[in-house]
Design a protein around this ligand. Structure first.
Ligand SMILES: O=C(O)[C@H](O)[C@@H](O)[C@H](O)[C@H](O)COP(=O)(O)O
Length: 232
């Protein structure tokens, strides 16, 4: 179920992923009048964001962008994924896109998840979800060995959002559950560097467990085919 798309350079990867995203969103607008794109934070997607933001043929006013996860910080904080998306993706041609924030402003991500869960559960099937992965095999904010992981990886979870307190990364987080992330027409894992490729390969070996390597649950699920976009 995993299809690798390997590119010679990160620049080519960014261009091809931007082309795929734009084409997917254009088809969604054509068939149902609106496109839904879920992106991830971190450093990997910056070039992709900047490339996609320059696409002038897409009717961005009919696109909603949201995030797979968010750090529980105000949107003007340097570590906010929302800030990253505004500064790099919702620019140029893409300024007319709508953005659905995962940050409610509540004191904790637990309250935020409760506040926003109904809204994110009710969003239609996404057109494209683009995940990243950390060197510890977390994806979105589904971190290894966190109490919230059981619910986060439950394919039958009735929740779209959970609160996460990673022991190994800064900030409390809010994350989409795997169940919500998989309700998408297209699922992409965007990774760069030989180390991440090795981590992914290790996660899918029979000896690995999703509690230690959450990306395993994404890679081995049978609901939505996973496309891996990769460059060294
Ligand atoms: O908010 C976040 O941190 C992310 O959404 C997270 O899941 C990210 O995708 C990976 O940690 C990869 O991050 P890098 O691209 O920085 O390696």
């Amino acid at each position: 179920m995993n299809e690798w798309n390997r590119f010679d350079s990160r620049a080519t990867l960014d261009q091809e992923l931007a082309r795929f995203a734009a084409q997917t969103l254009a088809e969604a607008i054509e068939t149902r009048g609106h496109g839904y794109l879920v992106v991830s934070g971190g450093s990997t997607p910056m070039g992709f964001f900047q490339t996609l933001s320059q696409n002038q043929t897409l009717d961005w006013s009919k696109v909603t962008v949201t995030l797979a996860d968010e750090r529980w910080v105000a949107p003007d904080h340097a570590d906010s994924n929302e800030a990253l998306v505004y500064e790099n993706l919702l620019q140029n041609a893409a300024t007319s896109a709508q953005f659905a924030s995962l940050y409610s402003g509540d004191e904790t991500p637990e309250i935020g998840a409760a506040t926003l869960d109904a809204k994110f559960s009710a969003l239609p099937t996404f057109d494209l979800v683009i995940l990243g992965m950390g060197g510890d095999a977390h994806t979105a904010s589904l971190f290894p060995n966190t109490p919230a992981l059981t619910q986060g990886l439950d394919p039958q979870s009735p929740h779209a959002l959970i609160a996460v307190h990673p022991a190994t990364a800064p900030h409390a987080r809010i994350s989409m559950t795997l169940a919500r992330l998989l309700r998408t027409q297209n699922l992409v894992l965007h990774i760069t560097g030989a180390n991440k490729s090795k981590v992914f390969e290790q996660a899918i070996t029979p000896e690995s467990h999703a509690t230690d390597m959450p990306i395993r649950a994404v890679a081995l699920q049978q609901q939505t085919p996973l496309q891996i976009y990769y460059a060294d």
